[in-house]
Design a protein around this ligand. Structure first.
Ligand code: 5GP
Ligand code: ZN
Length: 111
């Protein structure tokens, strides 16, 4: 998707160190961390919203959550973490390429 910052990161047009990568997703550090550890799990395929879900995208997100479950300890999240997917304007979504926030590395405040 043209002009999508996460598509550019996935394509390597904007350099961003990858803590994990496979054929379907990457994990990078958030540029403005909201917790001691703040990662973004970014599917390599562009879509913005859960409301655009279809079978293929559901499989893609299943893959992402399975990998997160496997790799969270290697990211320093073994004591627990928070998973956030912001959706749309009221949800605070600023990048319209669906992504999964992983926050942790310290006890997180209630929200
Ligand atoms: P959203 O607000 O859409 O749920 O999350 C977008 C996140 O992407 C924000 O937490 C923001 O800090 C992060 N972000 C925006 N641009 C970049 C970037 O170029 N590199 C990285 N690593 N994170 C970014
Ligand atoms: Zn995109």
């Amino acid at each position: 998707m043209e002009n999508c910052i996460f598509c550019k990161i996935v394509a390597g047009d904007i350099p961003s160190p990858r803590l994990y990568e496979d054929d379907k997703m990457i994990v990078i550090r958030d540029i403005e961390p909201k917790a001691k550890l703040h990662y973004l799990c970014i599917p390599k395929t562009h879509f913005a919203l859960l409301s655009e879900m279809d079978g293929e995208r559901a499989e893609l997100l299943k893959h992402c959550f399975e990998r997160i479950a496997e790799i969270h300890s290697s990211l320093g999240l073994e004591e627990g973490y928070r998973v956030i997917i912001n959706q749309g304007e009221n949800g605070g979504q600023t990048v319209p390429h669906l992504h999964i926030h992983l926050l942790g590395g310290e006890p997180l405040k209630d929200f």
